[in-house]
Design a protein around this ligand. Structure first.
Ligand code: PGA
Length: 250
């Protein structure tokens, strides 16, 4: 059985003080939940505070991005070594906003995924199609390419520990989520694609849906056969709504 995994992606929101307030409340709201893996991905500057606050809690911490090199002349970037030393456990790689606004390529995503495993960080790899691609029936081709490139060169054991977030770009931050059936179709297809190269690992790796997940629709997504959790943006910025999503996850 794959354990459900609900992560919040705060994007560029929350100062250290605000992060402290959110986590302090969230911790008490979800403290007795054991059957869902819960995590938050704050901006880099909040990580130290959030790791400290979530110690001895059931909330894991992830970062939103990192460079693939260990160190060097990369102004503005942070490395896996730095994240690991802080006690960060997960790393979001290839979010559509990174791909779109910072021109991140599939090759860079692959380098970051390999670096994550080298430093014992668990990657949450984001994939998904734009509205245009969906209309042109290119969804499957797009995610297949993204998945194949992202997992290139990984061992089966690494693939089994990977989390994939299927996030149709047209559903992110728009309030218009994909229907549960639509999402599950693509998520099942992703598992089939992984199955071609990694049959055993494909049954272990967890695939989230992301895009306008809210407390009222999480149950529908979780009821689908292949969806193992959610990557939540907007609704993770408020402790109560994020806690409600976690509580409604079955
Ligand atoms: P959203 O963002 O929940 O605000 O749509 C999801 C994401 O980008 O991970």
């Amino acid at each position: 059985m794959r354990k459900p995994i609900i992560f919040g992606n705060w994007k560029m929101n929350k100062t250290v003080k605000e992060a402290n307030e959110l986590i302090s409340l969230l911790k008490t709201l979800v403290s007795d939940i054991k059957d869902v893996e819960i995590g938050v991905c704050p901006p880099a500057i909040d990580l130290q505070e959030v790791v400290k606050l979530t110690k001895d809690s059931n909330i894991k911490v992830g970062a939103q991005n990192m460079h693939w090199e260990k160190s060097g002349a990369y102004t503005g970037d942070i490395s896996a070594v730095m994240l690991k030393e802080l006690g960060v456990e997960y790393i979001i790689i290839g979010h559509s906003e990174r791909r779109e606004y910072y021109n991140e390529t599939d090759q860079e995503v692959n380098k970051k995924v390999k670096t994550a495993f080298e430093h014992k960080l668990k990657p949450i790899i984001c994939v998904g199609e734009s509205l245009e691609e969906r209309k042109e029936n290119k969804t499957k081709d797009k995610v297949k390419n993204q998945i194949k490139n992202a997992l290139k060169g990984l061992t089966a054991n690494q693939v089994s520990q990977t989390v994939i977030a299927y996030e149709p770009i047209w559903a992110i931050g728009t309030g218009e989520s994909a229907s549960a059936k639509q999402a599950n179709q693509v998520v099942s297809y992703i598992r089939d694609v992984v199955n071609l190269d990694y049959p055993e690992a494909s049954q272990k790796l967890r695939i989230q849906y992301g895009g306008s997940v809210k407390p009222h629709n999480i149950e529908e997504f979780m009821a689908e056969s292949d969806i193992d959790g959610a990557l939540v943006g907007g609704a993770s910025l408020e402790a109560n709504s994020f806690a409600d999503i976690v509580k409604n996850t079955k």
